[in-house]
Ligand binder design. Structure first.
Ligand code: PLP
Length: 402
């Protein structure tokens, strides 16, 4: 078998360097564990940025995919297929919304929400043509398309990709007052991550989402929650908005909706919003395809049991209690909710990447974000014993830099 080193060198030689992967070449994975090409096992503490909430090779999801592969994989939306109605009804019921618009990747779903909000603004709210404005947050991460990076505040994500799409106002994350002040007659939507994932698992102050909900309602502005990373069980509830009893006008979903098998994304909204889209105005060849819907249906079935939400909440308490013990011991702060944590390591000790590499050497896969922050998001199927073992490895990894 070709060695990890050879495969890494060959990958780097012929691929664009748009990522900076850790030096591990994964060959197979089950549950929370992955195995590299040399047979070494690692505990997955990243879960494909929350795409693998239900674990690698989840039996119910894989069986649904295998069954569907035998029957029908693609029709395009030129025709109906027999998985589509169930997917839309299932996701509609899970979100409590009338309608679903399926896409593939997260960025596409965010783009969809932006287009829907603008059209709603012109056709329903009565905003002057070409004047629609969407309020977004500092340090947001909503994907990589040209429109989305236009309102990013991260120089790496945005730099030299102009000219930029207009129509966005950036305000401070966590300040409802900043949103209230920024709203004008042309504001059609507020786009928010209920917890900012890429920014370092930043949890806004209590009551923030509820206040945004109130401000949006008062001003006839759509509240769009990007739950692509925070949703579908990760935080201990189906949606992170549920922690404040908030129902946004538009849910944006992706990642775990594809069960770690295929890219599946969607937006969910009521008919008075999503009904503005008519034939020919938006779509995707692959969005809502039979394989994606069959996988999505299996994911929705798993979420409907409530088991994963409950498990993420219970194990999340265990994770955060243990991580808090590391504060002062090389860890500056710990944030997060459920099985999702951002750990700020003392920057005088090591960078996030150095800690991630030390974790890799100890058999744990995690990834840094911005400076000295490590992001932890194990699959929800992880055992308590494995969870605690991984935090021990983190403590040991940090200690190795003293
Ligand atoms: C909150 C959020 N929105 C959107 C995206 C983009 O999703 P994708 O990479 O599937 O386009 C991500 C990806 O990390 C995300 O975390």
């Amino acid at each position: 078998m070709t060695s990890s080193a050879d495969l890494i060198e060959a990958s780097e030689r012929r691929s664009a360097h748009n990522y900076h992967p850790l030096p591990v070449v994964i060959h197979e994975a089950h549950g929370a564990w992955v195995t590299d090409v040399e047979g070494k096992r690692y505990l997955d503490f990243l879960s494909g940025y929350s795409s693998l909430n239900f674990g690698h090779g989840n039996q119910k999801i894989v069986e649904a995919a295998q069954e569907q592969l035998k029957n029908l994989t693609l029709t395009s939306r030129a025709f109906y297929h027999d998985q589509f109605a169930r997917f839309c009804a299932g996701l509609g019921d899970l979100t409590g919304k009338d309608m679903i618009l399926p896409m593939n990747t997260g960025a596409e779903a965010v783009e969809t929400a932006i287009k829907v909000a603008r059209k709603w603004g012109y056709q329903v709210k009565g905003v002057e043509p070409e004047q629609a404005d969407i309020i977004v947050m500092e340090d947001n991460f909503h994907g990589r398309t040209t429109t989305i990076v236009s309102f990013s505040t991260d120089p790496d994500a945005r730099g030299d990709f102009g000219p930029y799409t207009p129509g966005f106002t950036v305000v401070k994350y966590g300040s409802a007052e900043a949103v209230r002040t920024a709203i004008g007659p042309n504001t059609v939507a507020v786009l928010v991550e209920p917890i900012q994932g890429e920014a370092g698992v930043l949890v806004p102050p209590d009551g923030y989402l509820a206040q945004l909900r109130e401000i949006c309602t008062e001003n006839n502005v759509l509240m769009i929650a990007d739950e692509i990373q925070s949703g579908l069980g990760r935080t201990g509830k189906t949606f992170a908005c549920d922690h404040e009893g908030v129902v946004p006008d538009v849910y944006v979903l992706g990642k775990a909706l594809g069960g770690g098998v295929v890219p599946v994304s969607a937006i969910a909204a009521n008919e008075d919003v999503l009904g503005v889209i008519k034939p020919g105005q938006h779509g995707s060849t692959f969005g809502g395809n039979p394989l994606a819907c069959a996988v999505g249906n299996a994911v929705i079935d798993l979420l409907n049991t409530g088991e994963f939400q409950e498990r993420a909440a219970r194990l999340g308490d265990v994770l955060h209690a243990r991580l808090r013990e590391l504060i002062g011991d090389g860890v500056v702060t710990v944030r997060g909710r459920g099985l999702w944590a951002g750990v700020d390591v003392d920057p005088s000790l090591a960078t996030g990447r150095e800690v991630s590499k030390a974790l890799l050497a100890r058999g744990v896969l995690a990834k840094d974000t911005h400076g000295s922050t490590i992001r932890l998001a194990p699959p929800i199927v992880i055992s308590e014993e494995d969870l605690l073992w991984a935090v021990d490895q983190l403590a040991d990894a940090i200690a190795s830099f003293r």
